[in-house]
Ligand binder design. Structure first.
Ligand SMILES: Nc1ncnc2c1ncn2[C@@H]1O[C@H](COP(=O)(O)OP(=O)(O)OP(=O)(O)O)[C@@H](O)[C@H]1O
Ligand SMILES: [Mg+2]
Length: 337
């Protein structure tokens, strides 16, 4: 079966006053129908720009400078807003970090979900529309939908708003859902409820999902596959199992070591020292070199290629070159460590 979404060598630049920002640099990945891919990396590594580039929601200062985006084999890279409008909602849909900015405070929740349903099914009667709204509210776990559809967003808690936003995103039965840090603004208990909901809905509807987060800790419970991003590039990709039990990139080791669950019993939580490089002038060689305790001389000279570890597992680090010295991953760098 072909991929539902295929991104090949995609690069995105912003024209900024100080120069060009290379926000996404040669990213390739594919997504099969019904699959959940988590995109993980520190703040500023290009996760949101990547999603927005695919959905064509970038500001006018951004340009796609290389690569292509294929959906069901059709190349949509050069699609304009008019073409995209037909795809949005039905093919792709999205849920963003802050549910309040995605909702209209002056409309009832029911009317907003109804509006999204009507966009895709313009011929529904009032009664049919109401029952579809009820159905969507039930799907996302909003109890007593009949009473609650007449409430305004301000009457809803943060978690309930995020559920309402999910109902809107799912109204057109999209094939692909982009969830960009959908739980970051919520407190921890609500966060895990929303993650469970995401997985549950995904399993019920078979929606392929791109789940964006800076927290590798929440990935294991939602994702089939993981792409780790650093400085605008995917530096390691694999099944969730490969990334958690057999990580190969020192950046992935660092992310895993900074998970609270893994540092239990140790004194401190180890965050990766240093900062990601500026994307205005990305360094030569491996962008992670200056933060990498295992860096080799070649890391400062030449960019590592993606080394293949299995059909699904790839990592871009010179440590995988046959000539590199053997490095034993730090404890917590892989869960077996
Ligand atoms: N409108 C813009 N103009 C110029 N640069 C931008 C713009 N939007 C994003 N960038 C830059 O692109 C890079 C990637 O940003 P992006 O928002 O994709 O990061 P992110 O991985 O989503 O981070 P976060 O986890 O904080 O959401 C950053 O260096 C950012 O400063
Ligand atoms: Mg972001």
């Amino acid at each position: 079966m072909g991929a539902l979404l295929e991104v090949k060598n995609l690069s995105v630049r912003f024209d900024a006053r100080a120069g060009e920002v290379q926000a996404v640099r040669g990213v390739s990945f594919s997504l099969a129908a019904g699959e959940v891919l988590a995109v993980v990396g520190e703040s500023g590594c290009g996760k949101s720009v990547l999603c927005k580039a695919i959905m064509k929601l970038l500001p006018p200062t951004a340009r796609i400078t290389s690569g292509s985006i294929l959906v069901n084999g059709a190349d949509i890279t050069a699609y304009r807003e008019r073409d995209m409008r037909r795809l949005r909602g039905k093919l792709f849909s999205m849920v963003f970090q802050d549910p309040m900015t995605s909702l209209n405070p002056t409309m009832t929740i029911g009317a907003q979900i109804g509006e999204a349903v009507r966009l895709h099914h313009p011929r529904l009667s009032r009664g049919e529309l109401r029952s579809r709204v009820e159905e969507l509210m039930t799907l996302v776990g909003i109890d007593r939908p009949r009473e609650r559809m007449d409430l305004y967003p301000c009457h809803f808690s943060g978690g309930m708003r995020q559920r309402a936003v999910m109902a809107i995103a799912l109204a057109g039965e999209p094939s692909i859902l982009f969830a960009d840090e959908p739980t970051t603004a919520l407190d921890v208990t609500i966060q895990s409820q929303i993650l469970d909901l995401l997985r549950e809905v995904q399993q019920k509807l078979g929606t392929a999902t791109v789940f964006v987060t800076h927290d590798l800790g929440v990935v294991a419970r939602v994702a089939d596959r993981v792409a780790v991003m650093y400085a605008g590039k995917i530096v390691e990709t694999g099944t969730a199992e490969e990334i958690f039990y057999d990580p190969r990139h020192p950046y992935t080791w660092g992310l895993l070591q900074s998970l609270p669950a893994l540092s239990r019993g140790r004194d401190t939580l180890r965050a990766i020292p240093g900062m990601p490089p500026s994307l205005e002038n990305p360094p030569r060689g491996d962008a992670f070199a200056c933060r990498n305790p295992y860096a080799l001389a070649i890391d400062y000279e030449e960019e590592p290629p993606m080394f293949r570890l299995s059909d699904t597992h790839y990592a871009a680090t010179w440590l995988l070159d046959p000539r590199a010295p053997e490095v034993i991953p730090p404890i917590g760098g892989g869960l077996h460590g």
